[in-house]
Design a protein around this ligand. Structure first.
Ligand code: SF4
Length: 289
């Protein structure tokens, strides 16, 4: 799971910080006009800063009942979805998510089996040392930096949190290598909070289906959380990831196995008939029938 955004042909680019600072926002001051400078004119009145235009959320082409129906179908398909990153407790989940930036879940799982057998808690991980951690994760991209972060966050957990993973966003985001998305995954999966970690799949779905269009992951997160009915917020994160990974794929959506094909408003849609609504294994892809 990563903070990266899909740039593949079917994906949509995003900027994590599109806002351009205005001179005023930068702290730049307007030029001063000296009073009594001999010209006989009064000092120019300081221009009032323009009130920031409030950005309106775009209208979405779905009625609330249709949105509820989309998530109801996802909930029938996978009543208890689980993450594909292997973990046994909040600490191993946190480490697995930190390691998963720009890597596949399968690749991370391969590396963490040995790592977690050697250390499945913060104190043990801190005791392994950087070189040993690096050796375990060397098959994962950016492994040097990730090994450093895993060691540093383990030490911080031991020093400041009694070796436990805190169920608190600010404390999580203060750990090395942990950003908003990682904190969202941990808060959702380990502590049951109704957070949504927007990865490349969720970002694509928000825009492609026009359910939660946005230029940044933060916009997509905010808009999804506004429209998802409360009863479905807890698992929406996993349902959307699995739907994006196995059905509504980046290059070519597999509309023939899609259970929401009749409701979907994507331009890329190739089929109007929803697939049969049957329960699937927690992380299994649907099979064309
Ligand atoms: S119908 Fe096609 S485009 Fe729409 S959600 Fe399903 S797979 Fe994606």
């Amino acid at each position: 799971m990563t903070d990266k955004i899909d740039t593949s042909p079917g994906g949509i680019k995003a900027s994590s910080n599109p806002a351009r600072e205005t001179p005023a926002a930068n702290g730049a001051r307007p030029a001063r006009v000296a009073a009594g400078s001999g010209t006989g004119t009064k000092a120019a009145a300081k221009p009032k800063p323009k009130p920031k235009a409030k950005q309106r959320a775009p209208r979405i082409p779905y009625a609330p009942e249709e949105i509820a129906e989309i998530f109801r179908r996802f909930s029938v398909q996978r009543p208890e979805p689980v993450p594909e990153l292997e973990h046994s407790n909040p600490f191993t989940l946190l480490v697995a998510v930190v390691l998963s930036a720009q890597a596949t879940d399968a690749g991370v799982n391969k590396a963490t089996r040995g790592l977690f057998a050697a250390a499945d808690n913060a104190a043990a991980m801190a005791g392994l040392g950087e070189e040993t951690i690096r050796e375990h994760v060397k098959t994962i991209g950016l492994y040097r930096n990730k090994a450093k972060n895993v060691l540093a966050l383990s030490r911080q957990l031991v020093e400041h949190h009694g070796g436990e993973v805190p169920a608190d966003r600010a404390a999580l985001e203060a750990l090395p290598g942990v950003g908003r998305k990682t904190a969202n995954v941990v808060l959702n999966t380990a502590f049951g909070e109704e957070t949504l970690a927007v990865d490349t799949h969720i970002f694509r779905l928000g825009n492609r289906l026009k359910l939660a269009p946005g230029k940044t992951v933060d916009e997509v997160e905010e808009r999804f959380l506004k429209i998802i009915p409360p009863a479905y917020r807890r698992h929406a994160h996993h349902w959307l990831i699995l739907h994006g990974r196995y059905v509504c794929k980046a290059r070519k959506p597999d509309c023939g196995v899609c259970v929401i094909a009749d409701l979907c408003r994507a331009e890329e849609k190739t089929n109007d008939q929803p697939a049969a609504l049957v329960e699937l294994a927690a992380t299994a892809p649907p099979v064309a029938g």
